[in-house]
Design a protein. Structure first.
Length: 471
């Protein structure tokens, strides 16, 4: 199949072009295979995220030269010597943290208690601190293998200084430089020696559907994930932009496993963001591209903003199924409901097909309604219409409402096929170009006849090339 079948309008000169390839396999869902987890812990700014990026071999964890960038438990898949395992990046742990940092420390403690092996990262330049000693005491109480990592060992001089870390009582410190890769291969060999083949807490499920939670900062994405999961999977705080990395969580809802990804709130203009915000925005977009359905959270207690509309447009452009969750419904009074109805009619004209649910992540109101909304959206996203049924329907529609004339000639619609699903994409083979308004009319009638609630639908046109008459 030539590329312009899916990309937009093209030309065709032979009936063989009607043979449109089936691209359904492009988004196959990988089966979930339980893997052991390696947690990377330590006090703030010792280079945990840099080490995580070095272990997984790509720049996934957000890194910046200020302490406290990582806040949640974030898991990444790693592969070393043919063995796969999960690496869990954590926020900086401090025993006497307050406020937001206390929530971050709690996430690190949860990682310590649930992992199959732990890397305790210490800054070799600074040496052992009281916080490092407190972390060692905590880890000794857990019956989990612990490897002491002396990071920032860039030369032999620092290597001799790092030898003092034997005093922590965790055995020989593995000396590495996460920034330059020095010693990380030997460290991973040691990790595989202590990491079990299977996790302590095996996770079930076969092929969980992937769901991304998106929206502007501070609309309650992390609160919703925690409510659905039944525990603190994401750090929640009143400070906007608390979540930086996408946070993956397998959640059992309605007897089914779903893979939720809590993402960073998208700022107004990514091009104007810098450092941590810029990379967080890139990871949010990557998480959206890897998902199958997006739950777009909107603060129902506040007017719909340009920022909300920009995120909705991004989801629609990505071709993902969409559920609009109007959060903080417990703060909405009768006047605000009437105003919100007017805003939806005026501002959300691009996604009238999206499933809508009114929820409160704080109180748990109606969050269970998200599951049927997601299932409906995904069913539409996967839907395929048989070619015969599609063409019989199309003949009736075109006969009742022919396309507008162009250049004094009436274009004829000769044939139609569904090129692919995820999202449903239809190709019309015609004798002339079809106006955008008529394509929107076809899309609207497709929805009236076949449903597609919660999923975008794309309609492309291929125009028959005029053949020169033989003399």
């Amino acid at each position: 199949m030539s590329e312009d079948v899916l990309a937009g309008d093209g030309v065709w000169s032979d009936e063989s072009d009607w043979e449109v390839a089936d691209l359904d396999g492009e988004f196959d869902v990988d089966a979930h295979i339980p893997m052991p987890t390696l947690a990377v812990v330590g006090r703030p700014n010792v280079g945990k995220s840099t080490l995580v990026n070095r272990i997984i071999g790509r720049r996934e964890a957000v890194v910046e030269d200020i302490p406290g960038v990582t806040r949640d438990r974030v898991s990444y898949e790693a592969n070393w010597s043919g063995r796969k395992f999960l690496v869990q990046d954590t926020g900086g742990w401090e025993p006497d943290a307050k406020g937001l940092q206390q929530s971050v420390a709690r996430q690190a403690e949860l990682a310590m208690s649930t992992a199959d092996a732990i890397l305790l990262v210490v800054d070799a330049v600074v040496g052992a601190t009281a916080t490092d000693e407190a972390a060692v005491k905590k880890l000794r109480r857990a019956n989990i293998p612990v490897i002491l990592v002396a990071n920032k060992v860039d030369d032999q001089k620092i290597e001799s200084e790092a030898a003092t870390l034997w005093s922590l009582g965790l055995g020989e410190p593995r000396m590495v430089s996460a920034a330059h890769g020095r010693g990380t291969g030997d460290l991973l060999d040691d990790v595989l020696a202590v990491l079990p083949e299977t996790p302590r807490e095996g996770g079930g499920g076969t092929g969980p559907r992937r769901v991304s939670l998106v929206g502007k900062p501070n609309v309650g994405k992390s609160s919703l994930l925690n409510k659905l999961a039944g525990d603190e999977r994401s750090v929640v705080h009143d400070v906007a932009g608390t979540t930086v990395d996408p946070v993956d969580s397998l959640v059992d809802l309605g007897g089914k496993i779903w893979k939720f990804v809590d993402t960073a709130g998208l700022r107004r203009k990514v091009s104007h963001a810098s450092g941590m915000e810029f990379y967080a925005s890139l990871r949010t977009k990557s998480a959206l591209e890897a998902s199958e359905v997006a739950i777009m959270l909107v603060d129902a207690s506040q007017p719909i903003t340009e920022q909300d509309l920009r995120v909705i447009s991004m989801v629609a452009d990505s071709g993902r199924a969409l559920v609009l969750a109007f959060n903080k419904w417990d703060l909405v009074d009768e006047d605000r409901r009437l105003q919100l109805d007017r805003e939806i009619d005026r501002d959300l004209v691009r996604v009238p097909w999206a499933q809508r649910v009114n929820i409160s992540a704080h109180t748990g109101r109606a969050v269970q309604k998200l599951v049927p909304a997601m299932e409906t959206a995904l069913e539409s996203w996967d839907k395929r219409i048989p070619t015969g049924r599609l063409n019989n329907w199309l003949k009736e529609v075109v006969a009742a409402t022919p396309p507008p004339m162009r250049g004094g000639r009436l274009p004829r619609v000769l044939f139609a096929t569904q090129a692919t699903t995820r999202p449903p994409t239809f190709v019309l083979f015609t004798t002339g170009f079809l106006e955008a308004g008529y394509r929107r009319f076809i899309e609207r009638r497709l929805r009236e006849e076949f449903g597609f609630d919660g999923s975008p639908v794309r309609v492309s046109v291929r125009v028959r090339e005029k053949r020169e008459r033989k003399r």
